[in-house]
Every structure is written in C-alpha cells, then in structure tokens.
Design a protein. Structure first.
Ligand code: SF4
Ligand code: SF4
Length: 442
C-alpha cells in the first residue's frame, strides 16, 4: 500500500467518534463571528451595529490577496463590532449578532435537493468560490480561490483530494465521505473543471474502509477519478507527503506544491465547494468532532460558525472533570486552548479532551543522541540540532538548515525518549526566521 518515503510515526488513531453521524447544533442566542478566520488580513466589516442580517449575507469583505469573505451564519441584528479574547488569550475582532429566527438569503438553495450538474466556466467557478469565502478546511484556512490560481509557469495536471485525516481523534472528514459522498464527488468534478485537469486522486488512509468503499462505488460512475487507499502513517495528510505518496513527485525545499503539477484540496473543502457552486451557499457551517477517552459520549457535529464551542461540547455531557488539556484539533498538530467559551470558526475541525493522567509534561532528560527524531522527521530535518540552535538563538543557522520546511507535525517530540521539547523550540525558531525573512523583504 502506498505511503510517503521519509520519516513518520504511528500514534494510536483513537477515532472514537468514527461511527457517529453528524448531529446539527441548535441555533445560538448570539453568534460571534470572528473577522480573521483565514490566513492573511482580517476581513473588513460591511455591516453596522443595528443592521438586520440574514443567513448567508456577506458581513465582512476579504482584505487583500490571502484574505477571505465572511458571511453571517444566522439571521438577526448586529449588536456590536468588538474584540473577543479567543481560546489562546489573543484579542480578535468579531461581529456580534443577536439571533432572531432563521431567515436565509433568497438566492441560497435550501431545498435539500442533490444537484449533480455544473455547466459553469472555470472562471465562474473560481469567482463563486471566492465570493463564498471558502478556505482550506484541513485547518490551514488558506483561501481556496487563491490555490486554484497557481503561478502561470506551474502546469497543473492532477487534482489531489485529501481524505487522509491522519490526526488522531478527528473524524469529520471520515464522516463527510460516508454521509456526503455524492456531493463530494460533484465537488471534485467542479474543481477538476476549474483547474482544467482530467485526473483526480482521492487519498484515504486504510483505517476508513467504509469511506473508501463508498467513494469507490460512486467513482466507478465518474471519469478520471480514482480512490487510492493509503497505509496508516502520520503525517500522511501533510500536503507534501500526500503528493509523494500518490504521485511519487517531490516538492522541493522552498517550492509550492503546484510546482509538481498538483493542487491539493481537503475533502471538507471539496464539500464546501459543492455547496458554494451548486447551492450558492457560502461557508457558514463547520463539520467537527468532539472526542476524549473520558467523555460521556463522543460525537460529530454540524455547527454554525459563530456558535459557542462550549454549547457544542455540552451536547454530549460537557467537558469531563478529569480533563488535563483541551485541544483545538487533534493531539499532534492541534493547539491547547485555555477555555471553551470561544466561537466556532473556519478553523474548528474538532475539540479533543486529554485526561489529567495523559496530559502532564514530563521533565526532560539529556539528549542521548539516539537519532530517532531525525528518523521520524518527514521533512528530512535534524530536530535535535535545530532545538539546540534555537536555545542558542542562532536563527541564521536554522534558516540555512531549512527550518522553514518544518511542517510542525510533532513527530520529533512524539518519538523522543528523552522527552525533549523539540517541537516548541523548532516552532519558536521557525516563527523567528519567518519574521526575519519578512523584515528583509520589506
Ligand atoms: S515538527 Fe518539524 S522538525 Fe519536528 S518532525 Fe515535524 S517537520 Fe521535522
Ligand atoms: S530523539 Fe531525543 S534523545 Fe534522540 S537524538 Fe533526538 S533529541 Fe536526542
């Protein structure tokens, strides 16, 4: 079975909610919609306090190249435009909406009918995707329309759809492939049309046998779409790793994935593309999982952007008392949260609870030079050395040794027998080098 060549680890997948269908989250009393739900500059509000809005109405416009439009996920009255303190303690601009009823914009198709045919041109498709505020829903939140316009010198021949979901605990992509397979396949055809390619490969790890079978059944009726089962190995869902596993092509250091003739889109993004292009529905809902070994239940949810994460968690009994760590996302690449009283955003793919027993950070012992971190690094870096250089603040060395290639996957920390905090310092080094590069460029 196919996989990527260098590094990788095998954490337990803990897909506790894999068998649970999506449940809709009830409408909140108030929706708090953040203005920076994408990489790039925060969107600029186009509504004022006191204004009435409908579901799907544009409330903030993209502000620059890698910014994205934001739409209201609820109907009601804008009460204020203010800051919130997010789950990481940072101030974030947001639009507050008091919810009244559930009135949708008239041009959004809410009939529930499946729409398999799209006759739009590539430019029309890209425009609809940009207007709908679609961003990469694998957690990166890079605007999808930008990815669909690669540099002219990159000739694209293949669309890759990322259905890997190798991050432990998370299950929304798995459930989407089972519950929304027909829509996803139309989304794939729409993206193939937008890119002008005849081939699409959908990579799925072999622990999702039911999703592989479902999409293979649908793909049998489609031209040029192939499902490729992949060996389980983390971080198989990394863009560069997935391209290598599926095509054998290698993204060179400092190059864009499109330099290999490939554009990668996450399976949840593909579903959002279907809704945007076929139903005129902007990105106003997230499909997410809530998981933890000590939860009363584990579950998958369809939540309006702007509703409270706490409300979603309370649907299955709330945060377990023995929780030691709350993570936005999964335990490998997710970020620890300081509270749950934060709105769902386009970044919210799941909430994971780790018990006090599993959460403590153990004291590290000296490096024994076993080399395991080097073997585990999927980018071919030397994490122990980068860690040492970060402690010495030798940023130039780190830049020369390709720190910017680090994908922050955490394989190095996961594998270290001395429990060295490798990822923390590699991240610090990467952020510092990135800031230095930006300074030099400006
Ligand atoms: S976090 Fe960075 S350095 Fe560590 S294994 Fe992943 S890519 Fe390599
Ligand atoms: S895995 Fe840990 S102990 Fe082994 S070389 Fe890397 S930092 Fe040192």
């Amino acid at each position: 079975m196919k996989t990527f060549k260098i590094g990788g680890v095998h954490p337990h997948d803990n897909k506790l909610a894999a068998g649970r269908r999506f449940e809709p989250v009830p409408l909140p009393k108030e929706a708090i919609i953040q203005l920076n739900q994408h990489i790039g500059a925060p969107a600029v509000p186009v509504v004022e306090p006191g204004e009435e809005v409908k579901v799907g109405q544009l409330i903030a416009k993209a502000n620059g190249f890698v910014s994205a439009n934001i739409h209201s996920s609820v109907s009601g009255k804008v009460t204020k435009i203010d800051e919130i303190i997010d789950a990481w303690g940072a101030h974030q601009p947001a639009i507050f909406i008091e919810v009244e009823g559930d009135v949708w914009m008239p041009d959004i198709d809410i009939s529930g009918k499946f729409k398999p045919t799209c006759n739009l041109s590539a430019d029309e498709i890209k425009r609809k995707i940009a207007d709908a505020g679609i961003v990469g829903l694998g957690g990166a939140c890079f605007p999808t329309h930008v990815k669909l316009n690669p540099p002219k010198e990159h000739v694209i021949d293949t669309l890759i759809v990322n259905g890997v979901e190798c991050e432990p605990y998370l299950t929304p992509n798995h459930r989407l492939m089972i519950e929304k397979g027909e829509e996803i396949m139309v989304g794939v055809q729409i993206l193939m049309r937008a890119l002008g390619v005849d081939t699409a490969l959908i990579g799925i790890e072999c622990n999702k046998r039911d999703a592989i079978e479902e999409l293979e059944r649908i793909a049998a009726r489609k031209e040029g779409i192939r499902i490729v089962p992949l060996k389980m190995k983390y971080p198989q869902g990394g863009e560069k790793q997935l391209i290598q596993a599926l095509t054998g092509r290698e993204v060179k250091s400092g190059q864009l994935p499109s330099s290999t003739g490939v554009v990668v889109q996450n399976v949840a993004t593909v579903f959002a593309v279907y809704e945007a292009v076929q139903l005129n529905k902007p990105l106003i809902e997230m499909y997410m999982s809530v998981c933890g070994k000590e939860m009363e239940q584990n579950g998958n949810f369809r939540a309006r952007i702007g509703c409270s994460v706490n409300d979603v968690v309370n649907m299955i009994g709330g945060m377990p008392e023995v929780t030691g760590k709350i993570i936005a996302g999964g335990p490998m690449m997710g970020r620890a949260m300081i509270h749950l009283n934060t709105p769902v955003t386009k970044r919210t793919t799941g909430i994971t609870f780790i018990s006090q027993k599993s959460a403590p950070r153990f004291a590290s012992s000296p490096c024994i030079r076993c080399g395991r971190c080097i073997q585990a690094c999927p980018m071919g870096l030397e994490p122990y050395l980068l860690y040492k250089k970060a402690l010495q603040k030798d940023w130039d060395f780190m830049e020369a040794h390709h720190i910017m290639d680090c994908m922050e996957c955490g394989c190095c920390t996961f594998t270290c027998p001395s429990r060295q905090p490798l990822l923390d310092f590699v991240r610090l080094g990467k952020a510092t080098v990135a800031a230095n590069i930006r300074k030099r460029k400006s």
